[in-house]
Design a protein around this ligand. Structure first.
Ligand SMILES: [Zn+2]
Length: 471
């Protein structure tokens, strides 16, 4: 976040009703209409041996997973392309496995040496992947589904190449449109796997999809990239949006993504000129004052007593205890452990993520979101909403999103959302012990998919759906 000049514009504040009917948008017990499942995700023990010709292939895990993924996405698209688009499916012409740290290989797009990547190459209709560095690094961090995520995205580009004008693709289509479509196509394939239709893979909707989303998170653009950059792939927020769109609505919706539809929702943008610290505020007394001022202004419309934010152990005396931040209903305070939150709020080191070696910092907005979530519970209590169930957790994440969107318009406040903040919130939401989508007792919904969706609903639509969908 950043501290801007004092804004005095008059803006609407967030409102919240105690309860409302669930409009069917999202139920706490489902993932986009599928049951919440827990089992080990990855290659099926009885998966067939793919009948594919891969140049320079090895018998290591990365190649086994990559080859099975290509065979599986081909199964999926051989049904979808004729059914949804009336287009005959042709497999990609060439497949290449290479080691970016080993012997050079070439394909229609050039040399592979030092290219830590996986890519579709339109020149010779091929897909290539680095089994030397990229795939093993991702497998180590997120397991086998990371390979499935990356290569189903690359295959999405092959689909685009086949659809051409049916996906609105021309020579001048901006990169971000192609990338958003590819993420969306990957999401639509994932739904088919989650529905148990794949011969090769199985994915649980809780931990399995969490791994897919975490893989997408890792390959996000760095904060401050412009969406118009000719290399732009999107923020994690944008990429996960596209993946979830495909998962929920299928490939026809993916093919409709164009610059016009993206303009209203893309969050990727450069840092403001006034943002001298590239969006990093230290978690200290001054920032906490700004936070309190921002939350008070955002939730003034609820007309309920706002909680005090009190430094302490991060737990309430007599409970609940959800350190590093707890909402204490008995005295309407949010008790916070400033040191732990300051460590959580340290700047993100994106290149260290690739080695799994981070400082533990998820960015200032991760820490501020945790506090905001406990604050939101006070507002929910004030209006008589439930605090101790799955809906309370999702409603809370939704309100944090609504607050994030409101910050830049709030009167008499200085806290401003900066580029990268939303990805810091997602980074926090995907942590196993995140509070942002947790109820008053710290219990959170298992599916990261649903947690991220709840936060995004608030961000894009404001606070009204928070009580409606998670009533
Ligand atoms: Zn791509």
């Amino acid at each position: 976040m950043r501290a801007g000049a004092l804004a005095v514009a008059i803006a609407g504040t967030l409102v919240l009703a105690a309860c409302g009917g669930n409009d069917g948008g999202t139920a706490a017990g489902s993932v986009a209409g599928l049951p919440v499942t827990h089992f080990e995700s990855g290659l099926r023990p009885d998966a067939p041996t793919p009948d594919l010709d891969v140049r320079n292939v090895s018998d290591d895990d990365a190649d086994r997973l990559a080859t099975a993924t290509i065979a599986d996405v081909e199964d999926y698209w051989s049904g979808e392309l004729p059914d949804d688009f009336g287009v005959k499916f042709d497999p990609v012409e060439k497949l290449l496995s290479y080691e970016s740290n080993g012997t050079n290989q070439t394909n229609g797009c050039g040399d592979t040496k030092k290219n830590v990547n996986a890519f579709y190459c339109g020149q010779d209709d091929s897909i290539a992947w680095d089994r030397g560095v990229l795939l093993p690094t991702m497998i180590q961090q997120f397991g086998p589904l990371s390979v499935v995520t990356v290569l189903s995205h690359e295959f999405g580009h092959a689909v685009q190449y086949r659809l051409q004008d049916k996906a609105g693709i021309t020579r001048s289509t901006p990169t971000i449109v192609k990338e958003q479509q590819a993420d969306c196509f990957a999401g639509s394939y994932y739904r088919w796997v989650a529905e148990g239709k794949s011969k090769y893979f199985r994915v649980s909707t809780a931990e399995g999809l969490n791994a897919a989303l975490s893989s997408l998170f890792l390959v996000r653009d760095s904060a401050g990239t412009a969406a118009t950059d000719n290399q732009a792939h999107g923020t994690a927020f944008d990429r996960i949006f596209a993946f979830q769109l495909g998962f929920e609505q299928g490939p026809k919706e993916c093919a409709k993504i164009d610059m016009t539809s993206l303009q209203s929702r893309l969050t990727e943008r450069p840092f403001d000129q006034a943002d001298r610290n590239e969006g990093t505020l230290p978690i200290n007394d001054t920032t906490l004052d700004f936070l309190k001022q921002s939350l008070d202004a955002a939730f003034a419309g609820a007309h309920v007593p706002s909680p005090e934010i009190v430094p302490g152990s991060g737990a309430c005396s007599g409970g609940p205890a959800t350190p590093p931040a707890s909402y204490c209903p008995s005295d309407n305070t949010v008790n916070i452990d400033v040191d732990t939150l300051a460590a959580l709020g340290r700047e993100v080191n994106q290149s260290a993520e690739w080695n799994g070696e981070t400082s533990g910092g998820h960015g200032d907005f991760a820490a501020l979101s945790e506090i905001a979530s406990r604050y939101a519970l006070a507002i929910e209590k004030g209006v008589g909403a439930s605090l101790d169930n799955a809906n309370a957790g999702l409603r809370t994440a939704c309100l944090v999103g609504a607050w994030a969107a409101a910050t830049n318009k709030l009167p008499n406040t200085v806290l401003r959302l900066s580029a990268g903040d939303l990805d810091e919130a997602i980074s926090d939401l995907l942590r196993p012990d995140s509070l942002v989508a947790a109820d008053v007792n710290g219990k959170r919904v298992d599916a990261g998919f649903t947690r991220v969706e709840a936060m995004r609903t608030g961000y894009l639509k404001g606070s009204t759906p928070c009580s409606k969908q998670y009533g």
